[in-house]
Design a protein around this ligand. Structure first.
Ligand code: FRU
Length: 571
């Protein structure tokens, strides 16, 4: 259908058809090929017993579809090959680490165990076929206070003092936790304490457990339908910089839209010897490592928009790259809603991955900065607009004349840097507001704003004291959810001194990714306006106090992630 095509993202990773959710098991193999897997239901555009879909690329921007890597077809995973990660073993062989799910129709709860798979032919750089380990499941023991009904999404393992470590999303005594496991050989795994928990990052648990109505062997207290305690899904943890560790989790207890659901906190890895007791978590004799959120007191948001289940991997040149599931969220309905009630159920496809984002650490703001990987510029095609130092009217907006392209708006990148006009220097802190408006020919528009306070310094540089980034969808029209998404941008305590305030926006049909102040604030939004097929207009606006802003703006048309003319786009 034309609408389904007009709305489907073109340069983000999507499934050919059916339902997509979490990114899984990303890695770059020895031949340099990037492999990305994802939760996929090829049978219907709604969630259902997931496969691992598979795409490959040599540059993270041009992708090629592969056959599904893992299919729910064994006695321990027939209800779904759930999320997980990947590692390169010491000899360079990739290993996939996932959660096998079974038992639902028999016992009315999902039994979750951890399993692995390796390539059928490890010397094939495309890694087309995968085989599950004959010793699966390799972990069927939940953490001490946990349950096999809420035990999933193993993290890429790391090696320390001769042992592999991983963490697995869990629910222990009604707290979301990241349970730590260790192994000498990636085969035999032992519970090794809690890497982090709701208690250890200073969060209360969601409430009381509902008394077990459907007690089943292996099912803990909080697993019944209707229980209010929620596990932590899709944790991720990795070292970034010399001593800093990042811990990230997905909080399903939050209303999924518009509030952030993917959180991270910065800390260190500490070794605990002997007993400990933490919040309501029972104490156990442990002699192991634990994440300590010593560098930050409050969790920070990965992205203020419609993303969930994000996770990272390390490229062979040492970059940390994040992908996240961008879910559909249409008017009157959040996340995937119930099957059959969401407008997007009728499109034949749902879900996408964020652009691959390079994650860097900024100790001045105690926060992560994320920007699309530099390879993304390979997708830029026609330069639709490119002007410097355009002075903006102080009480209105300036339209960029982009009418030369009829596809304008569907696949574009917009880069804008806002500075104080030369004659505009002012003393003291001034409120500022800068932004971009995307409007369709049908009179609807989406407005993206960065506002806050800044001291405008005489030489034209800015010191931003505080700022937030927002996507206002109240006038976006069509099937768009009208909520505004956004929130505060973490900044250094002494303010952010920059020549200009930047806003970089990726428009990909119904998917909008916004990067504010050089990747310090991020919002991923979905918009489903009428008239997607028509040309769009872009306008820019802004002022710093009473002073007008000037803008350097460039707009590119963007290519596509999957080129139907190139059967072997990757390699
Ligand atoms: C998160 C999640 C994971 C699980 C997967 C199943 O979106 O619920 O916890 O492994 O999706 O598709």
């Amino acid at each position: 259908a034309p609408e389904a095509q007009a709305l489907k993202p073109g340069y983000h990773i999507t499934a050919a058809m059916g339902w997509m959710n979490d990114p899984n098991g990303m890695f770059q193999n020895k031949a340099g090929i990037y492999h990305v897997f994802y939760q996929w239901n090829p049978e219907a555009p709604i969630w259902g017993a997931p496969y691992w879909g598979h795409v490959i690329s040599k540059d993270m921007v041009h992708w090629e579809r592969m056959p599904p890597a893992l299919v729910p077809d064994t006695d321990y995973d027939y209800d779904g090959v759930f999320s997980g990660s990947a590692n390169l073993l010491e000899d360079g062989t990739p290993i996939l680490f996932y959660t096998g799910v079974s038992n639902f129709s028999e016992l009315k709860y999902y039994k979750q165990v951890q399993a692995t798979a390796v390539p059928v032919n490890a010397s094939d750089p495309r890694l087309k076929l995968w085989k599950k380990s004959p010793s699966n499941p390799i972990i069927s023991q939940p953490p001490p206070d946990g349950t096999l009904a809420q035990f999933r999404d193993p993290v890429s393992a790391w090696k320390q003092d001769g042992l592999w470590y991983t963490v697995i999303g869990s629910l222990e005594s009604c707290f979301g936790t990241a349970a730590l496991y260790s192994s000498p050989d990636f085969q035999t795994w032992q519970p090794a304490g809690q890497w982090a928990s709701q208690a250890s990052v200073g969060q209360a648990n969601a409430g009381q457990c509902v008394a077990p109505a459907l007690a089943q062997p292996g099912v803990g207290q909080c697993d019944q339908v209707g229980a209010v305690c929620r596990m932590w899904e899709c944790p991720d943890t990795f070292q970034l910089g010399n001593d800093t560790w990042v811990f990230k989790w997905s909080d399903q207890s939050k209303t999924r839209d518009p509030f952030a659901m993917d959180w991270y906190i910065l800390g260190t890895s500490a070794t605990f010897l002997g007993n400990r007791s933490q919040g309501n978590i029972s104490s156990r004799g442990e002699d192991t490592s634990r994440f300590q959120s010593t560098l930050q007191n409050t969790p920070q948001s990965v992205d203020y928009g419609s993303i969930y289940a994000s996770k990272t991997f390390a490229t062979s040149d040492g970059r940390r790259v994040l992908l996240g599931w961008v879910f559909e969220t249409s008017a009157g309905c959040v996340e995937q809603c119930s099957a059959g009630t969401n407008f997007t159920d009728s499109l034949g496809w749902q879900g996408a991955q964020t652009l691959p984002r390079e994650v860097t650490l900024d100790m001045d703001s105690r926060a992560l900065i994320m920007n699309p990987v530099q390879e993304l510029t390979l997708l830029r095609s026609t330069l639709l607009y490119n002007k410097s130092a355009v002075t903006l009217p102080s009480n209105g907006s300036q339209e960029l004349n982009l009418t030369q392209s009829s596809s304008m708006g569907r696949q574009t990148e917009i880069m804008a840097a806002f500075a104080v006009a030369a004659n505009g220097s002012q003393g003291g802190q001034q409120p500022f507001s800068i932004g971009i408006q995307l409007s369709t020919g049908q009179g609807t528009f989406t407005q993206i704003t960065v506002n806050g306070t800044a001291a405008a310094i005489a030489n034209g540089s800015l010191n931003i004291a505080q700022a937030g980034v927002y996507v206002d969808r109240s006038k976006s029209g069509g099937h768009t959810n009208t909520t505004t998404q956004g929130g505060p941008i973490p900044l250094p305590a002494s303010g952010l001194s920059v020549p200009a305030a930047t806003l970089r926006i990726f428009v990909d049909h119904s998917l909008l990714e916004v990067y504010a102040l050089d990747g310090r604030g991020r919002v991923t939004s979905r918009i489903y306006p009428a008239g997607m097929e028509d040309s769009w207009n872009v306008s820019v606006f802004g002022a710093f106090g009473a002073a007008p802003a000037t803008v350097d703006a460039s707009v590119w048309e963007m290519g596509s992630a999957f080129d139907p003319k190139q059967a072997k786009a990757c390699c």
